[in-house]
Design a protein around this ligand. Structure first.
Ligand code: GLC
Length: 683
């Protein structure tokens, strides 16, 4: 990739692809959409900007591909601007819903948009549906809204609650030394006096070396930069999830530009035309990764252009859709605002639309009986078959966090009122479900051990018909007297008792667990230190699958052999999430211990992606070296420990309002106490 010293300016060429936009009458969400009686053709699919003053030997041209409406390319960053958020298909209230466009690319409908929108027509059909947490059922249903208003939730919905949240932050009483003056002041963080160790210096150098530029601006970091790696596969791409620790390291270092660029460019990719064997996933899907390619310009010898090339799973091994990408994107967007104080980014119309598209996918009605998000195997950090399909904890914790972030960021107006209501409702249902059914400790396992099965009634104790024989033998001796954790997954007649670190840590960070459960998780990690941390923090999951289980559940995956990679390998990148959880629970000493352990080895081992063996003693068999999120995770962990007040902007305390605002109506009819609001007292 040649480097470009500046990005400009004049759109030199007629655009090579055109998007034909027609408008048609539709009754999306049950109300009529006015029809403008025209079609318009706008040239927005590919815009080219000449790059002048290219440092490389070639002339580079920047090209941005956008599938959107009334999109314009910001001459500097190449971002789209969409003049009316309602045009980008999310559920607004009837009065606010604008024209619903049909996009045609070269005469063909783009991305199945039309089909998808028409699916959104919904209606309240039953009482159950009135209580559904889906957006779709709420969007356009006045009867639902009436119920909701009765339940007073929409009175309590949080508008842009930035002020309130910030007030909370300032009132936090940390045991850790907090320089109050540095609150909201990134430059103070920068002027931190602690002298960087040689290892940190090396890490910063490597992190900077992993930066990818697009049209002359930094837009992300590649997954790994091992010069000896002759077969990088997709490790030369910018992964959304991998970039999070990089982004935080930069933000905590006062460097916001790369993060802003990343957020805006990945937002562009959200609207990409994406298909796997003729099927298009939802428009809000964010890619797992993207690559900046330098491609020769047609008919211009020696001239090149930068092109962003996303992977939504259509090339990924196993073709999995990255459910976590959009959730991480929302989490990072909020973090950017909280750390830099620049809230204008999240307020932009196109960014607001991006948030709503992601939420639309997550909150869509399905066949689910649970508030948890149903996903395929491998749709998150564990992106190969590991038996985590269904309702894996990691996705639920990220989903919960993304909803909490969105609640702070979504602008409340007539068109988003129902969305905000749906977010609140889903948050309370989700936290109740996870706290009640995913939590295990000594007492709960003993209850499961004595479960009656085949209970047919709404009052069943063993609601999911779990057969006690499922309690794995390793757990019987392993579960400590005090402490506990959230299990990996819950399905009918199936509890996945494995301990998944990321899901548990992120449940602490987001307050998906109760304060007592969150404490209990850290107690368990401390108690099981020799297994979960051992020689290298931290095990991705515990224990490993072996023998028949490995054969059947992983599909005999040679990369996921017992105690390797996703199957019980140790991933140093998890250090930053562990540190954040420890700071939140006022136990930074645990994080310090883990960081010290990692610091002893990471540099001399050349920053591996993961470690193998039961106690994390060997560098992973197929582990990449100079793995960026290992490097960034270490730096972010260090930065968080140094700046607990900054760290506090990245986690959430218990939200009692959510627990109280249940709309299930049980309490209101006086028949039975609603268990959701009781959830906070349970533990
Ligand atoms: C592996 C990991 C995935 C990560 C990617 C790039 O596929 O499983 O979580 O995003 O590598 O580092």
């Amino acid at each position: 990739m040649g480097s470009c010293s500046c990005v400009v300016l004049s759109s030199t060429k007629p655009l090579c692809r055109r998007i034909l936009i027609t408008y048609k009458r539709s009754s999306l969400f049950g109300f009529q959409i006015p029809i403008p009686n025209h079609s318009s053709v706008i040239n927005l699919s590919k815009s080219r900007f000449k790059l002048h003053g290219s440092k490389g030997i070639h002339n580079h041209t920047c090209k941005s591909t956008v599938l959107g409406l009334e999109a314009a390319i910001d001459p500097k960053l190449g971002f789209r601007n969409i003049s009316d958020s309602n045009q980008r298909g999310f559920c607004g209230s009837a009065s606010n819903w604008g024209r619903q466009p049909k996009l045609l690319l070269n005469g063909c409908p783009v991305g199945g948009i039309d089909r998808k929108f028409s699916r959104l027509v919904s209606k309240v059909a039953s009482d159950y549906r009135n209580h559904s947490t889906s957006v779709e059922s709420h969007v356009n249903d006045t009867s639902w809204e009436k119920i909701y208003i009765k339940g007073r939730l929409n009175v309590n919905v949080k508008p842009l609650v930035i002020e309130e949240v910030e007030r909370k932050d300032e009132n936090e009483d940390y045991n850790l030394s907090v320089n109050k003056e540095s609150l909201d002041n990134t430059t103070t963080v920068l002027s931190d006096k602690r002298i960087e160790s040689e290892i940190e210096k090396e890490a910063w150098k490597l992190l900077r070396g992993s930066i990818v530029n697009y049209c002359g601006s930094p837009v992300g970091t590649v997954a790994a930069t091992d010069p000896a790696d002759k077969l990088p596969l997709n490790y030369d791409q910018v992964f959304i999830r991998d970039f999070i620790p990089s982004a935080l390291a930069f933000l905590l270092n006062g460097e916001g530009e790369i993060v802003k660029n990343f957020l805006l460019h990945t937002l562009q990719l959200q609207s990409w035309e994406k298909t796997v064997d003729c099927h298009s996933p939802g428009q809000g899907l964010m890619p797992a990764s993207f690559k900046v390619r330098s491609v020769p310009l047609d008919g211009k010898l020696g001239e090149f252009e930068d092109v962003l090339d996303p992977d939504f799973g259509e090339s990924a091994i196993g073709r999995v859709a990255p459910v976590d990408s959009g959730l991480w994107w929302i989490i990072l967007l909020r973090a950017y605002g909280k750390i830099t104080g620049d809230y204008s980014l999240q307020e932009r119309v196109d960014v607001q639309t991006g948030i709503r598209l992601i939420l639309k996918l997550c909150l869509a009605d399905g066949f689910d009986m649970f508030p948890t998000l149903l996903v395929t195997d491998g749709s998150c950090m564990i992106d190969r078959r590991m038996g985590i399909h269904g309702h894996p904890l990691e996705i639920q914790a990220l989903f919960y966090s993304a909803l909490r972030c969105s609640r702070e960021m979504v602008k409340v107006n007539e068109s988003t009122q129902s969305l905000v209501a749906a977010i609140n409702n889903r948050l309370s249902a989700l936290s109740f479900h996870i706290r009640e059914y995913y939590w295990v400790d000594m007492k709960k396992i003993n209850e499961i051990y004595r479960y009656k099965t085949e209970e047919y009634s709404t009052d069943a104790i063993n609601k999911f018909n779990i057969y006690p024989e499922q309690i794995p033998s390793w757990l019987v001796d392993w579960i400590p007297e005090s402490g506990g954790y959230l299990i990996g997954n819950l399905q009918p007649a199936h509890m996945d008792f494995r301990f998944f670190t990321l899901g548990n840590l992120w449940s602490i960070v987001s307050s998906l667990g109760t304060p007592k459960q969150n404490d209990g998780i850290l107690n368990l990690i401390e108690e099981k230190w020799d297994e979960l941390v051992a020689n290298m923090p931290l095990k991705i999951c515990y224990p490993a699958l072996d023998y028949e289980e490995w054969r059947i559940i992983t599909g005999s995956d040679p990369k996921n052999t017992p105690w390797s990679y996703h199957n019980g390998g140790s991933w140093p990148t998890l250090l930053w999430q562990f540190t954040l959880a420890c700071i939140k629970m006022k136990r930074p000493e645990l994080a310090r211990k883990a960081i010290a352990l990692a610091e002893k080895k990471l540099s001399s081992d050349q920053w591996p992606e993961y470690y193998d063996t039961r106690f994390g003693r060997f560098i992973g068999k197929q582990s990449r070296l100079y793995q960026t999120w290992t490097i960034a995770g270490f730096l972010t962990a260090k930065k968080l420990l140094e700046n607990p007040e900054m760290a506090s902007k990245l986690f959430w305390e218990e939200d009692y309002e959510l627990l109280e605002n249940c709309v299930c109506g049980l309490g209101k009819h006086g028949r039975k106490k609603c268990s959701r609001s009781a959830a906070r007292f349970h533990f």
